[in-house]
Design a protein around this ligand. Sequence first.
Ligand code: PMT
Length: 220
Amino acid sequence: GTGTDLQNKKILITAGPTREPIDPVRFISNRSSGKMGYALAEAAVERGGEVILISGPTSLPRPAGLYKYVAVETTLEMQEQVLKFFSWCDVVIKAAAVADFRPKNYSEQKIKKKDEGLVLELEKNPDILKELGEKKEKQILVGFAAETEDIQKNALEKLNRKNLDLVVVNDVTVEGAGFGVDTNIVKIIHRNGEIEELPKMTKKEVAHAILDRVVQYLRN
Ligand code: PMT
């Protein structure tokens, strides 16, 4: 990073998990720590960007120098906030691990122990990134793909279906990649089908590598 190559650029980054409440004491979520998204936010600030970080619940300190920080919990809240700022921004990077399903019925009271077990009915959450792909005008759209099988095929399919410019793929079953850790091993897939395989790097280094590509796209 040069320190200024994102100057005057408005960058929206999502990070962390979303949480879908079941009752006052329980929720459905996933293993995202927020580290990848926060590293992106820090890296984008270092390069002079105006950064909005929309974050699900994490235990990470808030990065310094943000233009705005928005805390959300559920996928629907994340959707609302992302859509609110979408027309404002030049770049969107969706590192958040968004819950695809939510409990159909929220129980106002704590669900009691039952002898027969419990069946929880889930309904589908909106796909935020897909919606952005449909609304997109000038924005550079970067998605992540957390895959466990047929990695390349699934990621390219995501890029096309969601109308993305770049998709960053991590195999979340490999040690040193994906959820929770400080490093990541990613492939960057471009619109034209080009695939770049990066070695294991810190999430901060991965963040800068992604932003290097974004800067190229902003110039063209
Ligand atoms: O937070 P860390 O512990 O550092 O872990 C990093 C990470 C593994 C969470 C991150 O690198 C990552 O892969 N994030 C995306 C995880 C994910 O939700 O992947 P997906 O394949 O289910 O979704 C694909 C893309 O669509 C993602 O950009 C996601 O933000 C977006 N999406 C998904 C579902 C949905 N309902 N709405 C979305 O916008």
